[in-house]
Design a protein around this ligand. Structure first.
Ligand SMILES: O=C(O)C(=O)Cc1ccccc1
Length: 310
């Protein structure tokens, strides 16, 4: 298998910075791709071992391009996640003043994170979306746009100057990135794990979403992300991307997935992987009666009842 990781490029993205925090990147070639789609396609085509892409930010929620890629097409699985605190720098060609700026560019996910700053400092600037924040910096270098919102670290790479740094509308804004590969056995549980799934309802009825969520709730499983995405089959047709606390090897998670498999039209397992936000020491106690031991004791009791050995 090729020892390369594809990532949302070009060089100088937040994605690259987040990726380099993973120790295994020391022994991998890191290859920039122009889009999330092309990075994931490289994995599907076997050109790259895994791809590293943004999936969620604390200001706007899910990054829909990434979610939609994981929802559809050949199945992929998430193996790792990384959280990165984000503040932006306004990068310009040397000599540009704030009053010279007519066009600003960045990745669409950056816009909600800098909107108030823009309203205050550059209310008349025209927004141009770029494939990534580093790509916006590259386009400023080429003279296509006047300024880019990107990481301050991208300035040197693209011969730009940071006119302003530390730009962030929301305090503590974080972006979550995931390492995605072809389906294989999930990493062993660490005690602080997360499981991602996509659910398609079997039919439309009152309480259909409550029924899906009830499978998690009744087994004491907390949810961390719930994002609906259109299936493309018409208005009102959605699937649900869900992140839940726990690992598929936990009995309560396995039982939840079995329950969902029985009642959903389709369930896509997107992986169980270590959480980046906490360690096992910080995991909260779950609902009484939902430990592995209690599930096993209950299954054992039913088996004995079936045998008349209770
Ligand atoms: O990695 C980048 O630089 C991106 O373009 C994706 C992104 C967009 C907004 C915040 C963090 C990452």
């Amino acid at each position: 298998m090729p020892a390369s990781y594809a990532y949302l490029g070009p060089e100088g993205t937040f994605t690259e910075v987040a990726l380099r925090t993973l120790p295994e990147t020391a022994t991998r070639e890191l290859v920039p791709y122009v889009s999330v789609q092309s990075a994931l396609d490289a994995v599907r085509a076997g050109e790259a071992e895994a791809a590293f892409v943004p999936i969620e930010n604390s200001v706007e929620g899910g990054i829909t391009t990434t979610l939609d890629e994981l929802v559809a097409g050949e199945p992929l699985m998430i193996y790792r996640e990384v959280l990165l605190s984000i503040t932006f720098a306004l990068l310009v060609r040397p000599g540009t003043k704030l009053t010279d700026i007519k066009t600003v560019s960045a990745h669409p996910a950056a816009q909600p994170q800098v909107r108030n700053w823009l309203r205050k400092h550059l209310p008349d600037a025209h927004w141009e979306s770029a494939a990534s924040n580093a790509d916006a910096a590259r386009l400023v270098q080429e003279g296509r746009y006047d300024a880019a919102f990107a990481g301050e670290f991208a300035a040197a790479r693209y011969g730009l100057q940071a006119l302003e740094t530390g730009i962030h509308d929301a305090e503590n804004a974080q972006t979550r990135f995931v390492l995605v590969g072809r389906p294989a056995r999930p990493a062993a549980p660490t005690g602080a794990d997360k499981t991602s799934v996509v659910l398609w309802q079997r039919d439309d009825h009152p309480g259909a979403l409550r029924d899906l969520l009830g499978e998690f709730a009744s087994r004491g499983i907390n949810l961390m992300l719930l994002q609906s995405r259109p299936t493309g089959a018409g208005i009102g047709n959605y699937c649900f991307c869900i992140d839940a606390e726990g690992h598929i090897s936990d009995r309560r998670m396995a039982e939840t997935l079995m329950g969902l498999k029985r009642i959903c039209l389709q369930v896509r397992f997107l992986g169980s992987y270590p959480r980046a936000d906490i360690t096992s020491a910080e995991v909260r106690p779950t609902l009484p009666g939902t430990s592995d031991e209690e599930f096993m004791a209950a299954a054992d009791w039913v088996a004995r009842c079936q045998d008349g050995r209770f």
